[in-house]
Ligand binder design. Structure first.
Ligand code: PEP
Ligand code: MN
Length: 358
């Protein structure tokens, strides 16, 4: 008899579980509806006043046996799940997300189609120092069949007393070299006010790690018709990185390349910690091409080859590395730039392992 009773009670508990399940999902649907209305009105999803009122109503109607605090805890979890559901809906709506656009975005840089499945190289000095310096690297890169040249004219430096870059003069040098060698140039812009003038000189606007959440700069880069190379902030999560790209695309510019350049961790063996798994995550979460900067992520010449191999193997759309004709006298990042001979060796090694464009 007791056994039968137990079975009956167990059955009733299971029925209640199913009822609760049904109610929770019904509640979820209602919350989603509310989320849509709030989004249309541009109102915040989380409303603490309303949440307090809902909790009070539960307190007033609690006849036990549960303690009110226990129920408040359970209901707060239910409320939170509802909010998460609304978040997921907006996440689906991100313009950079693959859910929104399943096909790969291809970024056209003077005919180099980044994201087309081939793997590209971007090389050049950390900073533009002189015409001769950039031209020498351009010649070496061109000799290897490359078309994409990098070089900083505006250098965001940790110390205000370090070389800050040649500014506009640096952009002019890049343009001259690009024209002479029929190459495309990528250079960092740090000030929204400089975007407009940079359009005449460079082919890709780089937004550096230190500016990944400089929202005014992101918006300014999004408002022009020029490819943007967006580097991951040194302490940015992948989600923050994706949202930074969203700032650009939201202004109408979808020609965005993401660049993993290492993040700051407790590890001191490398300058930053290369988050290699960010590459396939970014490629599956977004439709944008992804590059790996092996120079700033490692800060070590001996790691440029193995990390570049890893980047190519994991499916990056390209690799960026710094090359300087005489790294010992470079005005920035002297320790980690390859000289021309090392660059030739590096790219030859990579080519013997992988088959890809240029
Ligand atoms: C750079 O690429 O020149 C640079 C400064 O890198 P990051 O912004 O990743 O530090
Ligand atoms: Mn550098």
């Amino acid at each position: 008899m007791n056994q039968n009773n137990l079975e009956t009670l167990r059955q009733q508990v299971e029925d209640k579980n199913l009822e609760i399940l049904k109610l929770i999902n019904e509640r979820g649907k209602l919350v989603q509806e509310i989320g849509k209305i709030k989004e249309a009105q541009g109102v915040h999803r989380y409303d603490p006043v309303r949440e307090r009122a809902m909790l009070d109503l539960i307190t007033e109607n609690n006849d036990g046996p549960f303690e009110t605090s226990t129920l408040q805890h359970i209901f707060k979890e239910i409320f939170k799940a509802g909010l998460d559901l609304q978040e997921d809906d907006t996440q689906k709506g991100l313009l950079v997300s693959r859910k929104r656009k399943p096909e790969d975005t291809i970024v056209n840089i003077k005919g180099e189609m980044i994201g087309d499945g081939k793997q590209y190289f971007v090389v050049g000095p950390c900073a533009v120092e002189s015409y001769e310096q950039v031209a020498q690297v351009a010649q070496a890169a061109k000799g290897q069949g490359l078309k994409l040249l990098r070089g900083g004219a505006f250098k965001p430096r940790t110390s205000p007393y370090d070389f800050q870059g040649l500014g506009l003069e640096g952009l002019k040098i890049l343009k001259k070299v690009a024209d002479e060698f029929d190459m495309a140039v990528i250079s960092e812009i740090v000030n929204p006010a400089d975007i407009e003038v940079a359009l005449d000189y460079i082919d890709v606007i780089q937004i550096g790690a230190r500016n990944m959440q400089n929202f005014e700069l992101l918006k300014a880069a999004g408002a022009v018709k020029k490819p943007v190379l967006l580097k991951r902030g040194m302490a940015a999560t992948i989600d923050e990185f994706i949202n930074a790209a969203e700032y650009i695309i939201a202004q109408g510019n979808d020609q965005i390349i993401l660049c993993e350049r290492g993040i700051r961790t407790y590890e001191k063996a490398t300058r930053n910690t290369l988050d290699i798994s960010a590459v396939p995550i970014l490629k599956s979460e977004t439709h944008l091409p992804v590059l790996v900067d092996v120079t700033h992520s490692t800060g070590r010449k001996d790691l440029l080859l193995p990390t570049a191999k890893a980047a190519l193997a994991i499916g990056a759309d390209g690799v960026m590395a710094e090359v300087h004709p005489d790294p010992a006298v470079a005005l920035s990042d002297a320790n980690q730039q390859m000289d021309i001979g090392q660059f030739n060796e590096w790219i030859t090694q990579l080519r013997s392992h992988y088959s890809y464009k240029a």
